[in-house]
Every structure is written in structure tokens, then in C-alpha cells.
Design a protein around this ligand. Sequence first.
Ligand code: HEC
Length: 139
Amino acid sequence: MRRALRPAAVRPGLAALLLAAWLPVAGAADTALAANNCSPSGDLRGDPERGAALHLKHCADCHGADGRANVIVMHMDQGPADQSDATYMRTLTDQYLYVATCKGGLAVGKNGVMPAWGDVLSDQAIRDLIAHIRTFSGT
Ligand code: HEC
């Protein structure tokens, strides 16, 4: 019995170590969102230019640099919608875009391939991304 318990006791320490090693790479240790629980308020549109740089780095691989999702990604049965489609984008609120980005696809009833960014990107970074994503459709 005792022996069976041991790996479980070791694992949290290892996870913390891996996390500590990973966070500085993401450059986000000081800005992780866990604290605000992905519940934004106020004007959710930040700086679109800063958002553009973040988008190229974190999002364009799956969404395409212009939001049209004209990219091929493995294991993406349900690819992202075309974010340059103004008719479609008008149906999505900034609040929704924020929560989808912060908590990931599953949290908004979409595909789990869409990662949760709340532990990687700051609140401001997500606002900057929303401002940038809106430029694809002019909405
Ligand atoms: C690994 C691929 C991948 C990456 C990287 C990714 N996404 Fe997504 N994203 C998706 C997929 C797939 C969907 C659509 C899921 C669906 O429609 O079921 C999605 C959906 C979304 C949605 C919801 C849009 C809608 O039509 O409902 C938003 C907002 C979004 N992504 C923002 C972002 C942002 C911002 C980033 C970068 C910080 C990002 N995504 C990075 C794959 C990705």
C-alpha cells in the first residue's frame, strides 16, 4: 500500500518544477490570469498593434495571419471560423471572444483544440488580441 502511494506524492513536486521551468519561457509568470478568473470588464479592446504581434506568435498557426483560418493544422476536425467574415463576427461579443481566448474552446462550447490562454497571456494581452482580431472583419 505504502509503495503504491509514493508516485502520487512525487508527482505534484515534479509538476511544479516543470511549470517553473516553462513559465519564464512563455514570459508570463508575472501576468498569469488565474487571479481574475477570466471574467473581464470594461472596454475589452486594447491596442491592435500589440495584438498583431501577439497574434502572429500565438494564434496565426491555426487562425491564419488574417483570421481566415486558411491553414492546415493536424487534429483540427472543426477548424476555426473565418474571423474576417463581418456578418459572423457581429454575432460574437467582445466578452465572448475574451472568454474563448482566456478559457479555451471547450469553455464556450467549441472545439478543445482551441487552447486556453489565461495562464499564459495577461489580461491586457487578451484585450490587445481582441482589438486586432476585430480588424480582420472591421467589426
Ligand atoms: C492549436 C490551434 C489554435 C491556436 C494556436 C489558437 N486557436 Fe483559437 N481556435 C482554434 C479552433 C480549432 C477554434 C474553433 C473551434 C470551433 O469552432 O469549434 C478556435 C476558436 C477561437 C475563438 C472562438 C471563435 C469563434 O468563432 O467562436 C477565438 C476568439 C479564438 N480561437 C482566439 C484565439 C486566439 C486569440 C489565439 C491566440 C492567443 C488562438 N485562438 C490560438 C484553434 C486554435
